[in-house]
Write a protein that binds this ligand. Structure first.
Ligand code: 13P
Length: 252
């Protein structure tokens, strides 16, 4: 049986100044019990990536940017290059978050460029996908997810997949307190793993980590993590407090 190391990720979104972020990072680090079956990742806002990465040095926690550009440098106001992300001490980047898609109009094509640019820059990429409530109710969830996954990974070969993590974040569950049930999440994760097997090969499907995100809390993390195809979580609100994120990291 393939064992996939769990990835417990906290997305701070547009929260935390330097002092608050370094304090939270240190408090989260203090909660980590040094398991070898799971990794912990924090994604602070761009402005404090360096400070937080620095504060976490030697603590075994990965840091990630919340987006990354496909270009190395140039006239791209508001963007961050892969090398800048690495220079800030990060080894990963989140790409295609639904807030980027919905609020800032990022398309599958643009997200694909970010995926490939981030990979070329040596970053681990967390590619987020997820359907809206409208799409789910219209029975289009699986069609939308398939399109987001295929287009997001267009041109990424099987060998590069070890640097890709997929995050399934149903838009209707983000920040709403409404989590997908463990059955709903497992159903989608199994579908995505099957799809990875069709796009690539079975061993890629077996080894790629698929995270769940959307109102993950200490109260629901155990049942989500018990699902065979859920390999970790991407947490928003509950990652902003060390005690709740600590309980999530230390799921049973
Ligand atoms: P919440 O955990 O606040 O629902 O946010 C999920 C999310 O968007 C993580 O990227």
């Amino acid at each position: 049986m393939t064992t996939r190391k769990a990835l417990m990720a906290g997305n701070w979104k547009m929260h935390m100044n330097a002092v608050e972020g370094c304090r939270l990072a240190a408090d989260v680090a203090a909660q980590c019990r040094g398991y070898d079956d799971r990794e912990v990742l924090l994604a602070p806002p761009f402005t404090i990536l360096s400070e937080v990465s620095h504060a976490l040095e030697g603590k075994g926690i990965i840091t990630a940017s919340q987006n990354v550009c496909w270009e190395e440098k140039g006239a791209f106001t508001g963007e961050i290059a892969p090398n800048m992300v690495k220079d800030a001490g990060c080894s990963a980047a989140i790409v295609g978050h639904s807030e980027r898609r919905q609020i800032f109009g990022e398309s599958n094509g643009m997200i694909n460029k970010r995926v490939k640019g981030g990979l070329a820059g040596g970053l681990l990429i967390i590619l987020c996908i997820g359907e809206t409530l409208e799409e789910r109710e219209a029975d289009r969830a699986f069609t939308v997810l398939e399109e987001q996954l295929r287009k997001g990974l267009d041109g990424v070969d099987g060998g590069q997949m070890e640097k890709i993590v997929i995050a399934y974040e149903p838009v209707w569950a983000i920040g709403t307190g409404k989590t997908a049930s463990k059955e709903q999440a497992q159903e989608v994760h199994a579908f995505l793993r099957g799809l990875l097997g069709r796009i690539y090969e079975k061993d890629v499907a077996d080894t790629t980590r698929i995270l769940y995100g959307g109102s993950v809390k200490p109260a629901n993390v155990n049942e989500l993590m018990a699902q065979p195809d859920i390999d970790g979580v991407l947490v928003g609100g509950a990652a902003l407090k060390a005690d709740s994120f600590g309980s999530i990291i230390n799921f049973q």
